[in-house]
Design a protein around this ligand. Structure first.
Ligand code: HEC
Length: 173
Protein backbone atom coordinates (compact mmCIF):
# COMPACT_ATOMS: atom_id res chain seq x y z
CA UNK A 1 0.00 0.00 0.00
CA UNK A 2 2.87 2.36 0.58
CA UNK A 3 3.47 4.45 -2.44
CA UNK A 4 6.99 4.36 -3.72
CA UNK A 5 8.87 7.11 -1.98
CA UNK A 6 9.47 10.15 -4.07
CA UNK A 7 12.29 11.45 -1.94
CA UNK A 8 15.76 10.27 -2.80
CA UNK A 9 17.46 7.90 -0.32
CA UNK A 10 19.45 9.46 2.53
CA UNK A 11 22.70 10.86 1.22
CA UNK A 12 25.77 9.12 2.62
CA UNK A 13 27.18 12.61 3.33
CA UNK A 14 25.23 12.61 6.68
CA UNK A 15 27.75 10.25 8.26
CA UNK A 16 30.90 12.35 7.67
CA UNK A 17 29.01 15.37 9.09
CA UNK A 18 28.41 13.49 12.34
CA UNK A 19 32.06 12.46 12.41
CA UNK A 20 33.11 16.12 12.19
CA UNK A 21 30.82 16.99 15.11
CA UNK A 22 32.25 14.12 17.16
CA UNK A 23 35.77 15.23 16.34
CA UNK A 24 35.05 18.82 17.48
CA UNK A 25 33.41 17.60 20.69
CA UNK A 26 36.39 15.34 21.31
CA UNK A 27 38.85 18.20 20.84
CA UNK A 28 36.89 20.43 23.21
CA UNK A 29 36.88 17.68 25.85
CA UNK A 30 40.62 17.14 25.42
CA UNK A 31 41.23 20.84 25.83
CA UNK A 32 39.06 20.92 28.95
CA UNK A 33 40.97 17.98 30.45
CA UNK A 34 44.27 19.66 29.65
CA UNK A 35 43.25 22.86 31.45
CA UNK A 36 42.17 20.83 34.49
CA UNK A 37 45.57 19.11 34.55
CA UNK A 38 47.56 22.31 35.02
CA UNK A 39 47.86 22.91 38.79
CA UNK A 40 45.86 25.82 40.13
CA UNK A 41 48.15 28.49 41.58
CA UNK A 42 46.36 28.67 44.94
CA UNK A 43 46.72 24.97 45.82
CA UNK A 44 48.98 24.01 48.72
CA UNK A 45 49.95 27.52 49.77
CA UNK A 46 50.50 27.50 53.56
CA UNK A 47 49.52 30.32 55.88
CA UNK A 48 51.17 33.10 53.92
CA UNK A 49 51.41 35.55 56.80
CA UNK A 50 53.14 33.15 59.16
CA UNK A 51 55.55 32.03 56.45
CA UNK A 52 56.47 35.57 55.48
CA UNK A 53 57.00 36.53 59.11
CA UNK A 54 59.17 33.55 60.00
CA UNK A 55 61.07 33.74 56.73
CA UNK A 56 62.11 37.33 57.45
CA UNK A 57 63.35 36.34 60.89
CA UNK A 58 66.15 33.86 60.44
CA UNK A 59 68.49 33.98 63.46
CA UNK A 60 71.38 35.30 61.33
CA UNK A 61 69.39 38.48 60.72
CA UNK A 62 68.63 39.19 64.37
CA UNK A 63 71.40 41.03 66.26
CA UNK A 64 72.34 40.23 69.83
CA UNK A 65 70.13 42.21 72.19
CA UNK A 66 72.15 43.30 75.21
CA UNK A 67 69.28 44.73 77.25
CA UNK A 68 70.88 48.19 77.50
CA UNK A 69 68.66 49.46 74.66
CA UNK A 70 65.47 51.47 75.25
CA UNK A 71 62.60 49.02 75.81
CA UNK A 72 61.00 49.69 72.40
CA UNK A 73 64.31 48.89 70.67
CA UNK A 74 64.54 45.58 72.48
CA UNK A 75 61.23 44.43 71.01
CA UNK A 76 62.02 45.89 67.59
CA UNK A 77 65.58 44.52 67.32
CA UNK A 78 64.39 41.06 68.37
CA UNK A 79 61.61 41.13 65.77
CA UNK A 80 58.78 40.51 68.27
CA UNK A 81 56.86 43.38 66.67
CA UNK A 82 56.53 41.44 63.41
CA UNK A 83 54.26 38.89 65.06
CA UNK A 84 52.84 40.54 68.17
CA UNK A 85 51.00 43.68 69.09
CA UNK A 86 52.49 45.19 72.24
CA UNK A 87 50.95 48.19 74.01
CA UNK A 88 53.17 51.25 74.04
CA UNK A 89 55.64 49.95 71.46
CA UNK A 90 55.47 51.93 68.18
CA UNK A 91 54.99 49.69 65.17
CA UNK A 92 54.24 46.61 67.27
CA UNK A 93 51.05 45.51 65.58
CA UNK A 94 51.86 41.99 64.36
CA UNK A 95 48.94 39.61 64.02
CA UNK A 96 50.66 36.21 63.87
CA UNK A 97 50.83 35.63 67.63
CA UNK A 98 48.54 36.78 70.45
CA UNK A 99 48.62 40.42 71.58
CA UNK A 100 51.08 40.52 74.47
CA UNK A 101 48.74 41.49 77.32
CA UNK A 102 50.21 39.26 79.98
CA UNK A 103 48.95 41.51 82.77
CA UNK A 104 45.53 40.23 81.75
CA UNK A 105 46.23 36.84 80.17
CA UNK A 106 49.22 35.63 82.21
CA UNK A 107 47.22 34.17 85.12
CA UNK A 108 44.84 32.46 82.67
CA UNK A 109 47.79 30.69 81.03
CA UNK A 110 49.21 29.48 84.35
CA UNK A 111 45.78 28.13 85.35
CA UNK A 112 45.09 26.52 81.97
CA UNK A 113 44.67 22.74 82.46
CA UNK A 114 46.78 22.30 79.29
CA UNK A 115 49.70 24.25 80.77
CA UNK A 116 52.72 21.95 81.24
CA UNK A 117 55.46 24.50 81.87
CA UNK A 118 57.51 25.23 84.98
CA UNK A 119 56.53 28.86 85.56
CA UNK A 120 54.93 29.83 88.86
CA UNK A 121 54.58 33.55 88.17
CA UNK A 122 53.56 35.57 85.11
CA UNK A 123 57.11 36.94 84.97
CA UNK A 124 58.50 33.40 84.74
CA UNK A 125 55.83 32.50 82.20
CA UNK A 126 56.96 35.31 79.89
CA UNK A 127 60.62 34.26 80.12
CA UNK A 128 59.65 30.64 79.50
CA UNK A 129 57.43 31.59 76.54
CA UNK A 130 60.35 33.40 74.91
CA UNK A 131 63.10 30.86 75.61
CA UNK A 132 61.05 27.66 75.32
CA UNK A 133 57.99 28.59 73.25
CA UNK A 134 57.06 24.95 72.55
CA UNK A 135 56.19 24.35 76.21
CA UNK A 136 52.74 25.81 75.79
CA UNK A 137 50.88 26.81 72.65
CA UNK A 138 48.27 29.50 73.15
CA UNK A 139 44.96 28.19 71.86
CA UNK A 140 43.92 29.57 68.48
CA UNK A 141 47.47 30.43 67.41
CA UNK A 142 49.86 28.48 65.19
CA UNK A 143 52.34 26.10 66.83
CA UNK A 144 55.90 25.86 65.51
CA UNK A 145 55.83 29.54 64.62
CA UNK A 146 57.40 31.49 67.45
CA UNK A 147 61.19 31.17 66.95
CA UNK A 148 62.99 28.78 69.32
CA UNK A 149 66.39 30.51 69.20
CA UNK A 150 65.72 33.59 71.33
CA UNK A 151 67.72 32.09 74.18
CA UNK A 152 70.86 32.70 72.13
CA UNK A 153 69.93 36.23 71.03
CA UNK A 154 68.63 37.86 74.19
CA UNK A 155 70.86 38.56 77.17
CA UNK A 156 69.58 37.75 80.65
CA UNK A 157 69.06 41.48 81.16
CA UNK A 158 67.03 41.78 77.93
CA UNK A 159 64.84 38.85 79.00
CA UNK A 160 64.29 40.39 82.43
CA UNK A 161 63.26 43.71 80.93
CA UNK A 162 60.93 42.02 78.41
CA UNK A 163 59.23 40.07 81.19
CA UNK A 164 59.01 43.10 83.50
CA UNK A 165 57.40 45.12 80.70
CA UNK A 166 54.98 42.49 79.38
CA UNK A 167 53.67 41.33 82.75
CA UNK A 168 52.32 44.87 83.27
CA UNK A 169 50.44 45.19 79.96
CA UNK A 170 46.70 44.88 80.31
CA UNK A 171 45.12 46.41 77.22
CA UNK A 172 45.79 47.39 73.64
CA UNK A 173 46.51 51.06 73.05
C1 HEC B 1 57.41 34.60 63.88
C2 HEC B 1 56.41 35.08 64.78
C3 HEC B 1 56.79 35.37 66.22
C4 HEC B 1 57.84 36.12 66.69
C5 HEC B 1 58.93 36.79 65.91
C6 HEC B 1 57.70 36.18 68.11
N1 HEC B 1 56.61 35.46 68.50
FE1 HEC B 1 55.91 35.26 70.37
N2 HEC B 1 54.46 33.99 69.71
C7 HEC B 1 54.19 33.71 68.39
C8 HEC B 1 53.05 32.84 68.32
C9 HEC B 1 52.43 32.29 67.04
C10 HEC B 1 52.63 32.60 69.62
C11 HEC B 1 51.43 31.77 70.06
C12 HEC B 1 51.69 30.30 69.94
C13 HEC B 1 52.57 29.82 71.04
O1 HEC B 1 52.15 29.87 72.20
O2 HEC B 1 53.71 29.42 70.73
C14 HEC B 1 53.54 33.35 70.49
C15 HEC B 1 53.46 33.39 71.88
C16 HEC B 1 54.18 34.28 72.68
C17 HEC B 1 53.96 34.47 74.10
C18 HEC B 1 52.87 33.81 74.93
C19 HEC B 1 51.70 34.79 74.87
C20 HEC B 1 50.50 34.44 75.68
O3 HEC B 1 49.51 35.16 75.51
O4 HEC B 1 50.53 33.49 76.45
C21 HEC B 1 54.85 35.41 74.51
C22 HEC B 1 55.01 35.99 75.92
C23 HEC B 1 55.63 35.79 73.37
N3 HEC B 1 55.19 35.07 72.25
C24 HEC B 1 56.62 36.75 73.40
C25 HEC B 1 57.43 37.06 72.31
C26 HEC B 1 58.55 37.95 72.38
C27 HEC B 1 58.98 38.72 73.63
C28 HEC B 1 59.12 37.95 71.15
C29 HEC B 1 60.39 38.65 70.71
C30 HEC B 1 61.55 38.43 71.56
C31 HEC B 1 58.32 37.10 70.29
N4 HEC B 1 57.30 36.57 71.04
C32 HEC B 1 58.57 36.86 68.95
C33 HEC B 1 54.88 34.18 67.30
C34 HEC B 1 56.03 34.95 67.37
Amino acid sequence: MTPPSASPPEQPSGIPERAVVLLVVGLVLLYALWTLRTPSPSSGVPDAVATAATGALSPERIPLVTGDEPIADIFTKAGCVVCHSIPGIPGANGQVGPPLLLGTTGQQRLQDPEYRGQAKTVHEYVVESVVEPRRFIVQGYPAETMPTWYGSKLSALALERIAAYLERQTEVR
